[in-house]
Ligand binder design. Structure first.
Ligand SMILES: O=C(O)CCC(=O)C(=O)O
Ligand SMILES: [Fe+2]
Length: 423
């Protein structure tokens, strides 16, 4: 993030932004243009997947295209979520924010804050809940926990460490001792983070009643809209940003509904990453296989677009980010802890910015439109402009090479310097 200062986030509606907006509309909704784009792509990639599975769909889209009403008003994406207003998070569920030291934090419905649950979810024998103040006041009666307030969940050992490793005590350690201490702690934390994740997934699995159990299975019908079968990547920049239209309107609406339903359950919600405070990690609520299946579909494209990096993808971290005025409103520049990222707009209003990390000269802005996604390299620096009204839900899929990512995680325990936007 060192050179971030020379790149500013844009909130105004520049001509550049408008032209991208218009071009996105043209490509997605004016089907003769869309057909032309498809032919170009087919020629460019002449890829087996295109020919065997997508080509017939492309032809179908071209046929529909001749009669397709290109007006933006006719775009089903633009008003579909008007019918599904989202209840206020605060009135839905009495959430308590519970933080660990170095192993992530969760939101948990107040009724689920019990010693047993904390023991399990935080992997601590005798969990102690303390106020986040200088005195670390212990709260033993969980009824006294304040809705939407944040607390620390600690083991007795951690509480002792807080005293013994006070700034004064740390000042007495040599730099080498401090280094070793922090590395040992980080290793322990990494292992605990993994165990906590496993427990959380088991906890959700045994307690969550999905709204639509069938939607946890990926099918091509989910991915490709009948009549608008345009599952292809449109080149946006020379630096590896492509846009595409992949998931159906129905899927997007239902995914938002499922996420809302999950949030109402009060079950533990992990922050999707270190920068977004709202949203849900989809593999934790049962979508792991779903996105592995999506990956099979994306794999040949990723390889065409990104070569060996695209070929190496074998795992994912998938989550929903939610933006709303008064909550998360924007996202600072960062790069993802991913090899390849898909960022797909499920709904609401937003303007985003993507910047090329290698040159820092690029100033490409992409206006998110419901039903459109972008794919880019994880290392491609980007951020999100402030939301102006309403709510925005985006589906973020971080595709990764598992072995490489695990190696990086362990190495980061020993590396100093800036970290990517990790989860
Ligand atoms: O809000 C967005 O569209 C971007 C989100 C993002 O970059 C991320 O969560 O890594
Ligand atoms: Fe990102």
């Amino acid at each position: 993030m060192g050179v971030r200062a020379n790149i500013k986030s844009h909130t105004g509606c520049s001509a550049l932004k408008r032209s991208h907006y218009i071009s996105r509309k043209m490509i997605s909704w004016i089907c003769p243009t869309l057909a032309h784009e498809m032919i170009e792509l087919i020629q460019l990639y002449s890829c087996e997947v295109f020919l065997s599975s997508l080509f017939p769909l492309c032809l179908a889209a071209m046929r529909v295209g001749r009669n397709y009403n290109p007006s933006i008003e006719g775009n089903p994406w633009l008003d579909v979520h008007k019918q599904t207003p989202r209840d206020k998070r605060s009135t839905l569920m009495e959430y308590i924010y519970l933080e660990s030291i170095g192993c992530g934090s969760i939101r948990l419905g107040k009724q689920l804050v019990t010693k047993d649950n904390l023991q399990r979810l935080f992997q601590i024998i005798n969990p102690i809940v303390v106020e986040k103040n200088d005195d670390a006041t212990e709260i033993s009666d969980f009824n006294l926990l304040r809705t939407r307030a944040s607390y620390l969940v600690l083991s007795e050992e951690e509480l002792d460490e807080m005293d013994s490793y006070s700034e004064e005590a740390l000042g007495k350690l040599t730099p080498e001792e401090l280094h070793t201490l922090s590395h040992e702690q980080q290793k322990k934390r990494l292992i605990r983070t993994k165990n906590m994740e496993k427990e959380r997934i088991d906890f959700i699995k045994s307690n969550y009643q999905p709204l639509r159990p069938q939607m946890f299975q990926f099918t091509e019908a989910t991915a490709v809209e009948k009549g608008q079968e345009s599952s292809f990547f449109h080149k946006e920049t020379d630096t590896g940003i492509y846009s595409f239209n992949m998931f159906t309107e129905k899927f997007c609406r239902e995914l938002i509904e499922e996420v809302d339903h999950f949030e109402k359950s009060g079950l533990p919600v992990m922050r999707p990453n270190s920068m977004n405070n709202y949203g849900v990690v989809l593999e934790e609520i049962g979508f792991n296989q779903f996105f592995l299946d999506v990956l099979k579909y994306v794999n040949p494209f990723a390889e065409r677009l990104y070569g060996p990096i695209g070929r190496s993808l074998d795992s994912h971290h998938s989550f929903i980010v939610e933006y709303k005025i008064g909550e998360d409103e924007d996202l600072d520049f960062h790069y993802d802890a991913a090899d390849v990222t898909i960022n797909f707009c499920l709904g609401k209003e937003f303007t985003g910015v993507l910047n090329d990390p290698s040159t820092h000269q690029e100033n490409f802005e992409f206006n998110h439109v419901k039903g459109l996604g972008i794919i880019h390299l994880g290392e491609h620096r980007h951020g999100a402009n402030k939301i102006k009204s309403g709510e925005r839900y985006n589906l973020i899929i971080w595709f990764r090479n598992k072995a490489k990512r695990e190696k990086m995680e362990w190495e980061s325990v020993c590396a100093c310097g800036s970290q990517p936007h990790d989860h």
